[in-house]
Design a binder for this molecule. Structure first.
Ligand code: GLU
Length: 436
């Protein structure tokens, strides 16, 4: 079978370009910038897995620790067939910036295994998850690097990983990983946190726009954990969710969808289109089938890419008609597309702010694990809302102050905080000073 053509674009190098725009406003020392261009550590492992057929298959996994100046590395692990090193490096870099935007005492890290988890049995998935942790166990830990869920990794997988780490270290260590199931030390509210964080950003933005939710049309690309939770909260507020899609395709309905039933059918049948075309509700719900590409190009007020990276590129950027884009996915648009849309006046709430609710409640989970004292869901949500409000306002204020877009505002805030930590250890000026 012939391999798909190699993608030559280096996602990490592209991601670093965001620093250039923010550099001048953040007053970042050139030495600090140089540090951020090089991840602290890049770990590549091979994970042999005994498949149900009896054969052994070897999978490749990565863990990148981008920068740990502000605290231990933090960031998810994704299982996806397209995981590659450059992407994991970019994702780790974004985590450094995201944790700084949220003012969490963490650096940034990310992991990934190149695998299509949908092709694995549950037992193979457990063996792969444990095998990966076995390989990286010496590099992670509550004070070193704390993984979490990401694309196609679930609370149950986090539970297996925590258990494997605890066995290897001979000590139960819940704080080594976040996003665990509640009975295994997870935090209430973590599962809904990414969607909820994005929802709070939209509410902040609503105030600036003077929107009436009933009149706001929303399209959501990606109906996994984050997409579903943001949809649910917006729907409950009266927003009109007119289109959603998953990896199989999308559905559109001018009058909007009843989100709770849509979530139920999607999670029971695992497919959105199936619901309306092949499923029992076929005749009852009237929805048009659309492709993922068509969804992105709909004329809506808010477009929420909540799936994978690079879905908005120079191929489709000029066809995007949304007024606001809320980046729930990490890196959903290329730099060129970002520039073009910003020039066109599209308001973009960037990933390192819009999807930061997940890592924020991960932080709460880690704090609770270390204290051995657990909070109510209400407490978690209250603290999350405050953090999101503060971060949004700080980014917004910087964007107003320097007359720049929200992404540049977010990177400016991140670089200010990371820069302060890096330069607190001394720079050339300090060491060249001979006075004593
Ligand atoms: N994978 C999520 C992200 O990209 C969550 C990371 C975490 O909770 O550490 O932000």
């Amino acid at each position: 079978m012939s391999k798909p053509p190699q993608v030559t674009r280096d996602v990490f190098e592209e991601a670093l370009k965001h620093l250039d725009d923010a550099m001048e406003y953040a007053g970042l020392h050139p030495e600090a910038l140089e540090r951020l261009k090089h991840p602290n550590a890049v770990i590549q492992v091979s994970i042999p897995v005994r498949m149900d057929s009896g054969e052994t298959k070897v999978f490749t996994g990565y863990r990148v620790q981008h920068d740990v100046t502000r605290g231990p590395g933090k960031g998810g692990i994704r299982f996806h067939p397209e995981v590659d090193l450059s992407e994991v490096k970019a994702l780790a870099f974004w985590m450094t910036c995201k944790c700084a935007v949220m003012n969490l005492p963490y650096g940034g890290a990310k992991g990934g295994v190149t695998v299509n988890p949908k092709e694995l049995s549950r037992m193979e998935l457990e063996r792969l998850s444990r095998g990966f942790i076995g390989r990286i166990a010496d590099f992670i830990g509550p004070d070193k690097d704390v993984p979490a869920p990401d694309v196609y990794t679930t609370p149950m997988i986090m539970g297996w990983m925590m258990d494997e780490y605890s066995k290897l270290k001979g000590a139960r260590t819940p704080a080594v990983i976040t996003g665990k199931p509640i009975p295994l030390g997870g935090s209430l509210g973590r599962n809904a946190a990414t969607g909820r964080g994005a929802y709070h950003c939209i509410k902040e933005h609503e105030l600036h726009r003077g929107w009436n939710p009933q009149e706001v049309r929303v399209a959501i690309q990606g109906f996994g954990n984050a997409g579903q939770h943001v949809a649910e909260l917006l729907d409950a507020d009266g927003y009109n969710i007119v289109a959603v899609s998953d990896s199989q395709g999308g559905i559109y309905r001018k009058e909007g969808f009843h989100i709770p039933s849509l979530i139920k059918v999607k999670n029971d049948s695992r497919q959105l289109q199936a619901v309306y075309c092949d499923g029992a509700l076929c005749e009852k719900v009237d929805a048009d089938q659309i492709s993922n590409e068509e969804l992105l190009e709909l004329e809506v007020d808010i477009l929420i890419p909540a799936a994978l990276g690079d879905v908005i590129t120079m191929e489709n950027a000029d066809k995007i008609r949304a007024a606001t884009i809320v980046e729930v996915a990490n890196g959903p648009m290329t730099n060129e597309a970002d520039k073009l849309l910003t020039q066109k006046g599209v308001y973009i709430i960037p990933d390192i702010l819009a999807n930061a609710g997940g890592v924020t409640v991960s932080y709460f989970e880690w704090v609770q694990n270390r204290a051995g004292f657990y909070w109510s869901e209400e407490e978690v949500y209250e603290k999350l809302e405050k953090r999101m409000h503060d971060a949004f306002q700080s980014v917004y204020n910087l964007s107003q102050e320097h007359d720049v877009d929200m992404r540049t505002g977010a990177y400016t805030l991140a670089l200010k905080r990371i820069g302060e930590a890096l330069t607190a250890q001394g720079t050339r000026e300090f060491f060249n000073h001979n006075g004593g």
